[in-house]
Design a protein around this ligand. Structure first.
Ligand SMILES: [Mg+2]
Length: 216
């Protein structure tokens, strides 16, 4: 009788479909492992090697009068916020985040700094296009980029405070279109989010890994 009951219960369980997503602690552990194992750095290295090779090739066939530009995102592209994420267990709040940006102490993502240096060496102007907000985040961001060896850029284009309600993708696409209207040819666009890269207005997009958060 007990065996019969157990079999019936087993059937009941087998037939029961749940929709439980991945356990949050397990997901966080997987993200930490991806970063700490070196896989994250290796993936960044792969994308960066492609970006550098393309910039070198394209700058080599620089037509007379052409003004070449590289677009870089900042968060999880030029600078890493991993120290903040680690302290906050991948959580986030306005006050501590704004203080973190204002402190300007995010470490560079070193391979991306090499992309920056490659562009500088070849006379390709670097434009940062970021979701960080104007004017609140400008001093900390400028200080941080300088401190991390990326202070010699053409322009830092930020999100306007109280500006129109646009998605990050819409705002960043419009910013690249505006650069083109100024006469710049954007040969490469490097970002960690799809929203950095969709919408065109760059000869080649380069997508860095970001398992940490999603910006649309
Ligand atoms: Mg980013």
């Amino acid at each position: 009788m007990n065996r019969l009951l157990a079999a019936a219960f087993g059937l009941l369980l087998a037939g029961c479909v749940t929709h439980e997503p991945r356990n949050l602690d397990a997901a966080k552990a997987a993200v930490r492992h991806y970063r700490d194992s070196g896989d994250y750095d290796r993936d960044i290295g792969t994308v960066v090697a492609q970006a550098k090779a393309w910039i070198e090739t394209r700058a080599g066939r620089h037509a007379p009068g052409e003004k070449l530009a590289l677009v870089l995102d900042i968060d999880e592209t030029a600078l890493s916020n991993f120290p903040y994420m680690k302290t906050h267990d991948f959580g986030w709040d306005d006050g501590s985040w704004n203080a973190w940006i204002a402190a300007g102490e995010a470490p560079a993502i070193a391979p991306v700094r090499e992309v920056f240096a490659t562009a500088q060496r070849l006379g390709v102007a670097v434009f940062f296009i970021t979701g960080r907000e104007e004017p609140r985040d400008r001093p900390g961001t400028e200080k941080n980029l300088r401190a991390e060896g990326m202070g010699d850029y053409a322009r830092l284009i930020m999100a306007p405070a109280g500006g129109p309600k646009l998605t990050s993708a819409q705002r960043k696409t419009a910013a690249r279109a505006a650069l083109e209207r100024e006469g710049w040819t954007i040969i490469a666009n490097v970002g960690d989010q799809e929203s950095d890269l969709v919408g065109g207005h760059a000869e080649r997009p380069f997508k860095l890994p970001d398992p940490f958060y999603l910006t649309e």
